[in-house]
Design a protein around this ligand. Structure first.
Ligand code: BGC
Length: 741
């Protein structure tokens, strides 16, 4: 198991992000077999290596190719996704290796997003652990399970920064912050790829969706993305780059356009930045039918034209296509696409196959015994339970949590007794039958059946109130109610945008009814996006954001509710007061008219709601409390390559052990371009016994202060700065310092 230490200083973290030994060796070598193959492959065989078809097992898009088996046999398709199990992949691999002229092994890909068989919390949930080590460990487990089922390649990590709660896929990413997102992207890459890609317990990572897919206009999936180059580079590109720096050897182009050019044919993204600036040496795959979609984008005339544009821009592999399959041979023969473009792509793909060890043993990953022994092990499930508890964010607690064992507890809500919803969307090969307990099951098991009751109340959507009476009757004798509400798990993920981010249906009405009976109600939320919780935050006595917590999620919720685990999750994304505040994020600029005077009209503000979010980035409660000393600095100025340290002492002032996430933000007061009022630059998780104090040190160096200056060069500027340290982006103490270049 590889664990990557969380480092102390922002500068150090950045340094480590770029210098740490890349995962899976992070490099491709010139494998002798690749050289010899390149000499004898026909053009048709080369194009076959650039084709990726889906099997008929799972599809996410409009078209699916029948007859992919014949294509494999004929050497027309060198890569397959959505096929797994050791036996099935062995059968397909045998066709490629034994029945084609050159016997080039197939590459098998799959969406292993937050686990394969053992399902971890959705990625947005995991990011709320602020624990890249633990997230990296979940990726390592996912890789071990998936690789034992014949897979070589996962379409993860998803590195899309997003400030858009309408967008269903915000659930698949790590939230709004590029710094936290970068640490997670790198940790996941290392978790998947391990030290050696040819180790059959590892997977090839795929950095997606490159780029800026998380910023669709109006939050509608696949919609237009447009932003300044500066904003793109500072807030959207860092996690993709961090994954590339960590050694990821494949990248997926996104569906969206950027600055008028679909990412699938975007030379600026694919050539200038990815290969030119970042030195990426693996291969680039499209997203599902990304090439044909350029016709509808209005960027390509027809499929042939789309294939030409994509290959010339630097797309090495066509997912589903069938653009390369149908047109690439002829495009080369006609001279419109140079042979060397195809050769370069094929070599990149074959070198990755070599790095995976497939030329040494094409069946390396198809091992039915390992498939059983590595899957859903007790260790894997224990890790899933721990990270699920760590991912939960306690948003409100008037003191009714933790629950006490033996209290009469009424558990209410359709989601409370759903094993299916615990898994969330993109659940890999996770199955409901592997979920040992729903939330209700787990609470009943812990609290005893005699003191635990259940009623559905209502579904998680729709207007049906017919279950209210029974739910209220069930709640009546109870000391406390646990009301589990939120979104159906298929309401987030791909193609699951919403224009309304309230808790759906009549669930909040049920909360109102329970409260009007005078009941103490702890709300547990299952959802995949920041919701508008303005009503719930008024009504409920406690709110636990549990996301979709995975295979062991029922137990993890119970662990947190009963205080077996003291909640420590912190929001990785801002929760607005209402949709009108969106986009809202912690690294906003000040504007020329910041809202300072409550009476003033002509300031940057709303008439109907305050500017502040309901729950800020970095926020989360614990069953204990923490106090911070004022921030002190080792010096009030520094220069050049030097550094200063900022210190705080954090004390656990409650009566139980707890973990605090100490966060450091920085503001550059005057820049050659304007700077955010607060920007996350470092954090530390610290566990303290009751009464215990610890001094935390953050180093601040030139890297901490760097940004894209007016001339687009990356670096710091001379001037005055502020550092903010605290337990949430909206609850910090500050100190001032000066930096001279
Ligand atoms: C999604 C990708 C996914 C691919 C393959 C697409 O629809 O956007 O995230 O990796 O399908 O399943």
């Amino acid at each position: 198991m590889k664990r990557v230490p969380v480092l102390l200083s922002a500068g150090l973290i950045l340094l480590t992000m770029s210098c740490a030994r890349p995962a899976g060796s992070g490099k491709v070598s010139n494998h002798p077999r690749v050289d010899s193959l390149m000499k004898v492959m026909t053009l048709e065989e080369k194009v076959g290596q650039m084709v990726l078809f889906t099997s008929d097992w799972t599809v996410t898009g409009p078209s699916m190719r029948e007859g992919y088996i014949e294509d494999i046999r004929a050497g027309r398709c060198g890569n397959i996704f959505n096929a797994y199990t050791a036996d099935y992949t062995r059968d397909l691999q045998r066709m490629a290796v034994e029945e084609t002229r050159l016997g080039i092994p197939l590459l098998f890909g799959y969406d292993v997003i937050h686990g394969f068989r053992t399902i971890f919390p959705i990625n947005l949930g995991m990011s709320c652990t602020w624990d890249p080590d633990a997230i990296g460990h979940s990726a390592e487990i996912a890789a071990r399970e998936a690789a034992a089922a014949g897979l070589h390649w996962t379409y993860s990590p998803m590195c899309d920064v997003s400030v858009e709660p309408r967008w269903g896929r915000i659930s698949e990413g790590s939230g709004e912050d590029p710094y936290l997102g970068s640490l997670i992207a790198a940790a996941m890459t290392r978790g998947y790829q391990g030290e050696d890609l040819a180790d059959p317990a590892t997977l090839l990572a795929c950095v997606k969706h490159y780029a800026a897919y998380g910023a669709p206009q109006a939050g509608r999936d696949y919609n237009t993305v447009d932003m300044s180059e500066r904003w793109l580079r500072e807030f959207y590109l860092p996690p993709y780059k961090a994954a590339v720096d960590a050694g990821a050897l494949s990248v997926m182009a996104s569906f969206n356009e950027l600055d008028g050019v679909p990412a699938t044919a975007n030379e600026h993204l694919l050539q200038d930045i990815l290969r030119g600036e970042w030195g990426f040496r693996g291969f680039v795959v499209t997203d599902y039918t990304g090439i044909p979609e350029m016709i509808k984008h209005g960027y390509a005339e027809d499929l042939r034209d789309a294939a030409r544009l994509a290959v010339k821009a630097g797309i090495d592999m066509d997912m589903v296509g069938p653009s390369y399959f149908e047109h690439l041979v002829e495009l080369v023969r006609s001279g419109e696409v140079p042979m060397k473009t195809v050769d370069r792509a094929v070599r990149r793909i074959l070198e990755v196959k070599a790095a995976l060890g497939l030329f040494d043993d094409p069946y390396l990953y198809c091992d039915p015994e390992r498939e059983v022994s590595e899957t859903l092990t007790e260790d894997n499930k224990a890790a899933a339970r721990t990270i699920a508890s760590e991912s939960m964010v306690l948003l409100k607690n008037d003191g009714i949590l933790p629950l006490r064992k033996g209290e009469r507890i009424a558990v209410i809500g359709a989601l409370a007794d759903s094993k299916d919803d615990l898994l969330g969307s993109w659940r890999g090969a996770g199955e409901v039958k592997s979920v040992p307990a729903s939330i209700y099951d787990a609470i009943r098991e812990y609290n005893g059946p005699a003191r635990t009751s259940y009623a559905e109340g209502c579904k998680e959507f729709g207007e049906d109130r017919s279950g209210f009476a029974r739910a209220l009757a069930t709640a009546l004798p109870a000391d406390k109610v646990v009301l589990v509400i939120g979104e159906d798990c298929q309401w987030s993920g791909e193609a699951a945008s919403r224009t309304d981010i309230h808790v759906p249906g009549v669930q909040t009405e049920l909360l109102e009814r329970l409260k009007s009976m005078g009941k103490k109600v702890a709300v547990v939320l299952l959802n995949g996006r920041p919701l508008d919780l303005s009503k719930e935050s008024d009504l409920a006595d406690a709110i636990l954001e549990a996301w979709y917590p995975g295979t062991m999620g029922g137990y993890a919720v119970s662990d947190v509710l009963f205080g077996e685990y003291n909640p420590a999750g912190r929001l990785s994304v801002t929760f607005p007061r209402n949709l009108g505040q969106v986009p809202i994020y912690h690294y906003a600029k000040n504007t020329g008219r910041p809202h300072e005077d409550p009476e003033a009209k002509y300031e940057s503000r709303y008439l109907d709601v305050v500017n502040e979010p309901l729950y800020a980035f970095g926020y989360g409660l614990s069953y204990t409390s923490f106090e911070y000393s004022p921030v002190s600095l080792s010096a009030e100025e520094f220069s050049g390559d030097g550094f200063i340290s900022a210190f705080v002492t954090v004390t656990n002032t409650g009566d139980r052990e707890g973990t605090e996430t100490v966060q450091m933000y920085v503001r550059d007061l005057v820049g050659s371009v304007t700077r955010p009022v607060k920007q996350l630059k470092g954090f530390r998780k610290v566990t303290l016994a009751p009464g215990e104090s610890k001094e935390i040190e953050f180093k601040i160096d030139a890297q901490t202060l760097s940004f894209y200056r007016k001339d687009m060069s990356w670096g710091p500027e001379t001037g005055d700065f502020k550092v903010f340290i605290g337990g949430s982006s909206d609850n910090t103490d500050e100190a001032a310092f000066r930096y001279e270049i």
